[in-house]
Ligand binder design. Structure first.
Ligand code: TYD
Length: 132
């Protein structure tokens, strides 16, 4: 499966709206870990790495930011600004998060526990591995 936006259900209600995702009908992997990025100072960039084996799903729960992905050949930018859209990113995709709006909140779920050995932090090394 390639990097793609997954539209999430919206349960519209006068009392306030509700969205969700779950495996297997919306999310293509079982969640092992959840983390979130917040209080990002203006102009900062997060990410700038790829994972050898890990898949992720990113939702802008609040505010907006861009996810710039690179598959080793082409770059693509996804602007996330709705709490009912998420970006699925398979393994071996370089990604960085930038253009965070004030008070934005990035929710990220992953199918793996945190393991530094799964990170590729050098873009040239990533391109080499991705194009093998
Ligand atoms: P990192 O993934 O490099 O941040 P970014 O969101 O910019 O890609 O993680 C930053 C630090 O946080 C790193 O030193 C390890 C720690 N960390 C954990 O301990 N557990 C986690 O689940 C994550 C995502 C990071």
């Amino acid at each position: 499966m390639t990097t793609k936006i997954i539209n999430l259900p919206r349960i519209l209600d006068k009392r306030g709206n509700l969205s969700f995702f779950e495996y297997p009908n919306l999310l293509p992997f079982e969640i092992k870990r959840t983390y979130w990025i917040y209080d990002v100072p203006g102009g900062e960039v997060r990410g700038s790495h790829a994972f050898k084996d890990q898949q992720e799903f990113i939702v802008a729960l609040s505010g907006s930011f861009d996810v710039v992905i690179h598959d080793g050949k082409d770059e693509k930018r996804f602007s996330l600004n709705r709490s009912y859209d998420g970006l699925y990113i398979p393994k071996m995709i370089w990604r960085k998060l930038e253009n965070f709006s004030t008070n934005s909140l990035a929710l990220i779920v992953s199918d793996k526990s945190y393991y530094e050995g799964d990170y590729i932090r050098d873009f040239e090394e990533f391109k080499k591995l991705a194009n093998e």
